[in-house]
Design a binder for this molecule. Structure first.
Ligand code: ZN
Length: 505
């Protein structure tokens, strides 16, 4: 017995060391990617692709070395039913091992090559607003992703193979359930608000909004949320994102549009919401893959909560109205209530990333349904623009005027991120559940936000979400934090209350 335990301990230590190394290589790649999106000169692209390719290949070979598989196999039985960090790490490694070892190296290399080409084609097709220029590559890509799903195998629904990459622990059947609930509530609510939209006055802000001042405001707001700039940065990039190199080094990016007063502000709040999660999800600098956000849906619940429940809420604008008007004189005559109404204008629009809180879920629904039809073969890639327009008409009541504002608007498919979209909507659902639970536990949160103090809300999130890192999947984390399963009901209740009041329903 004693010697078996010693062997187990040695195996556990060896696996842990392997995962620490694997994680470090991944973080080095993340930093190179951050650099590529922010400050790298354009000429560096080819060298960067070469260096990243080698780094990722090395990480993959390290992880899939035969001994890693032997260590995992030896430790899995004793990890079952246990709740400690070590057991969670073994379970994480076992799932990652299964995914990586089932995909032949040539398939992985082919996917990497094809997505690089697809992003170029997508970019050109979008600039020309012409889907036919992207279609051949997208057909190849979906065919290859179907082969990947088949290689990953053993799922009740083939879509599970894609979903698992972003939302481990959640089945497609579960997403179906949640989306049916969301759709039943959201579709009539969007219609009811649209019917009233013409009769409700929404204050307008026009003119130019100095980017330097927008940056100043973004920094102040992020700081008030609790984002620590001694352990993080804010830079500019074409597509805003955030990345946690380590809890003590978290990078946020945004972009500034001179004609839009709120786009960068909410962008920064969104990314800082992700960033706060990364800053508080694991304090160990020599970290394992359990450091960082649990799943994409949980990550998105954090960004959405700060962006929407906080940033598009009344307490926030009571605190920030005066400062906003000081930076942007065109807002001088507006009250906090005016600004609250201005940032909550609800109107069906074509582009998901610019969608309001109310219609956002329907944009996700469109993509999820199309991906599943493409996977099953019921829909051909060539028919995508037509199918997109039909769904847009059904759910949003509008038809995109061109491909750029329709089927070509998102980079996800070109990047091979098929199965990613559902996490956005599930994240919205979770954000409402966490918001309710946080307010019930700490009723002083709105008053604190009105003073510009995000600490009580952040403290609750750290205790109930962040500190667990990647230990639990979304469903378990929500059960622990909110006392029940993931549900669309609190999100629908929140939207009904907010937009019902704003639009007099
Ligand atoms: Zn996000």
């Amino acid at each position: 017995m004693k010697s078996a335990t010693r062997t187990d301990d040695a195996t556990r230590a060896a696996l842990r060391e392997r995962l620490v190394e694997f994680h470090a290589l991944g973080k080095a790649a993340d930093l190179l990617e951050w650099d590529q999106e922010t400050v790298m000169p354009r000429g560096g692209a080819a060298a960067r692709a070469h260096h990243l390719g080698i780094l990722k290949k090395t990480a993959h070979e390290l992880f899939t070395a035969p001994e890693t598989g032997r260590w995992i196999a030896a430790l899995v039985p004793s990890a079952e039913g246990r709740d400690d960090d070590d057991a969670a790490l073994v379970r994480w490694a076992a799932r990652e091992w299964r995914r990586r070892s089932r995909q032949p190296a040539v398939l992985v290399a082919e996917l990497a090559r094809l997505t690089a080409l697809a992003q170029e084609d997508w970019s050109a097709a979008r600039a020309a607003s012409d889907f036919s220029r992207f279609r051949p590559r997208l057909e190849e890509l979906f065919a290859l992703k179907r082969r990947q799903a088949a290689a990953l195998g053993d799922f009740p629904d083939p879509y599970d193979a894609w979903l698992e990459e972003f939302e481990p622990g959640m089945s497609t059947a579960r997403v179906d359930e949640l989306f049916a609930e969301m759709k039943a509530g959201l579709v009539p609510l969007v219609k009811a608000v649209a019917a009233k939209a013409g009769s409700v006055r929404v204050p307008e802000l026009s003119g130019s909004f100095d980017p330097a001042r927008q940056r100043e405001l973004g920094l102040e707001v992020a700081r008030s949320m609790g984002f620590d700039f001694a352990r993080g940065r804010l830079d500019e990039s074409a597509h805003p994102f955030s990345t946690g190199i380590a809890p003590d080094d978290v990078r946020l990016t945004t972009r500034y549009r001179e004609d839009l007063p709120f786009s960068a502000l909410f962008g920064v709040m969104h990314e800082a919401g992700h960033g706060l999660y990364e800053q508080n999800a694991g304090p160990d600098p020599k970290s394992t893959p359990l450091t960082g956000g649990a799943t994409m849906a949980v990550h998105e619940s954090q960004s959405r909560l700060w962006e929407n429940q906080v940033g598009r809420g009344r307490p926030f604008w009571r605190r920030w109205r005066a400062r906003f008007a000081e930076l942007f004189p065109q807002a001088a005559g507006l009250s906090a209530e005016d600004l609250y109404r201005a940032v909550n204008r609800a109107e069906a629009t074509h582009v998901r990333v610019e969608a309001d809180e109310l219609t956002y879920g329907l944009h996700v629904l469109i993509r999820f349904e199309l991906e599943r039809e493409l996977l099953s073969g019921r829909l051909a890639v060539a028919d995508l623009p037509k199918a997109w327009a039909a769904k847009s008409r059904t759910y949003l009541g509008i038809v995109p005027p061109d491909d750029a504002r329709g089927v070509l608007q998102d980079v996800h498919w070109a990047s091979g991120l098929i199965g990613y979209f559902p996490t956005y909507a599930v994240g919205n659902m979770i954000s409402a559940q966490l918001w309710d639970a946080a307010l019930a536990a700490r009723p002083g949160i709105p008053a604190a936000l009105e003073r510009g103090d995000g600490a009580p809300l952040l403290g609750w999130l750290v205790d109930n979400v962040h500190r667990h890192g990647r230990k639990y999947a979304a469903e378990e984390l929500v059960r622990r934090a909110c006392g029940g399963p993931i549900s669309a009901a609190p999100y629908l209740k929140y939207l009904r209350a907010k937009f019902g009041e704003l639009y007099g329903l």
